[in-house]
Design a protein around this ligand. Structure first.
Ligand code: NAD
Length: 258
């Protein structure tokens, strides 16, 4: 089977919803044992059940990725009986605002999840990857990482760091058989986007959904499965020559807008 993940164990942060959920179900379908680390117990356990009901292998670990101790404890638990082959640092949160309406609390919150969470994930698995002399990391960045998005100061800042962390780790561990890449989606239709519209435009949600779709040259939002398929390719043995690269998946947003 092409893009098989049979026999591999994958840690997927934020795997209970949206893009992370699509990655979890896709990876399980391709034979991986999936370990979902998510803050939200209800979403995490329901995704695990969905996978198990389709004869896949999945486990849920409740976890705040900004908490290094929690991630370390979970990784130690997983490696007792398994190797870890793949880490998907996907958990992330958003904030709307330019620099003037981003306060220190907002900045710290975004930093803790979007930057420290990615750092914590990589820091926990890299010693195991080094021992194995193999491992694949995908960090979920955003189009905001490279071009910035207006009114998303803190989000753009943190997602920019995801790119540079990715390049740095790719360079430092290339000799250890570790590949590290990032994915930069434009807008993808997930609860993340629905929540954003509901919170910021409660009175004209349908219109805003339409407007957001139209900001992408392709005329629609991405689907979580489309991101999951790219992640699958990048984590598969077929992508063995790919490291230290960011992959925009954006319906033409970066190159075709204007
Ligand atoms: P989502 O809100 O649907 O899912 C995010 C998941 O992460 C949730 O299950 C949530 O419980 C979990 N999570 C949040 N904070 C956490 C924490 N501190 N610890 C553990 N789990 C936590 O979001 P999504 O749209 O699927 O986005 C996933 C990733 O993709 C994020 O990093 C986001 O920045 C990025 N992204 C999303 C879009 C988009 O348009 N949806 C575009 C570009 C990048």
């Amino acid at each position: 089977m092409a893009f098989s993940l049979k026999g591999k164990t994958a840690i997927i942060t934020g795997g209970g919803s949206g893009i992370g959920k699509a990655i979890s179900t896709t990876f399980a379908k391709q034979g991986a044992q999936v370990c979902i680390l998510d803050f939200n117990k209800e979403n995490g356990t329901s995704t695990v059940l969905e996978i198990i009901n389709k004869n896949g292998a999945a486990h849920f670990y409740q976890c705040d990725v900004s908490n290094q101790k929690q991630i370390n404890t979970i990784v130690t638990e997983i490696v007792k009986n398994n190797t870890i082959d793949i880490l998907i640092n996907n958990a992330g949160i958003a904030h709307v605002g330019n620099i003037e309406n981003t306060n220190l609390e907002d900045l710290d919150r975004l930093y803790n999840v979007n930057i420290k969470g990615v750092y914590n994930g990589m820091k926990a698995v890299i010693p195991h990857f080094k021992k194995q002399q193999s491992g694949v990391i995908i960090n979920m960045a955003s189009i905001a990482s490279s071009v910035g998005i207006s009114d998303r100061f803190a989000y753009s800042m943190t997602k920019g760091s995801v790119l540079t962390m990715t390049y740095s780790v790719a360079k430092d561990y290339i000799a250890n058989g570790i590949r590290c890449n990032s994915i930069s989606p434009a807008r993808v239709h997930t609860p993340f986007v629905d929540g954003f519209i509901k919170q910021n435009y409660p009175d004209n949600q349908a219109e805003m959904f339409e407007n957001l779709s139209k900001t992408q040259p392709i005329g629609r939002m991405g689907k979580p499965e489309e991101i999951a398929n790219l992640a699958l390719y990048l984590c598969s043995d077929e992508a063995s020559f790919i490291t230290g690269t960011d992959f925009p998946i954006d319906g033409g947003f970066i190159k075709l807008n204007g």
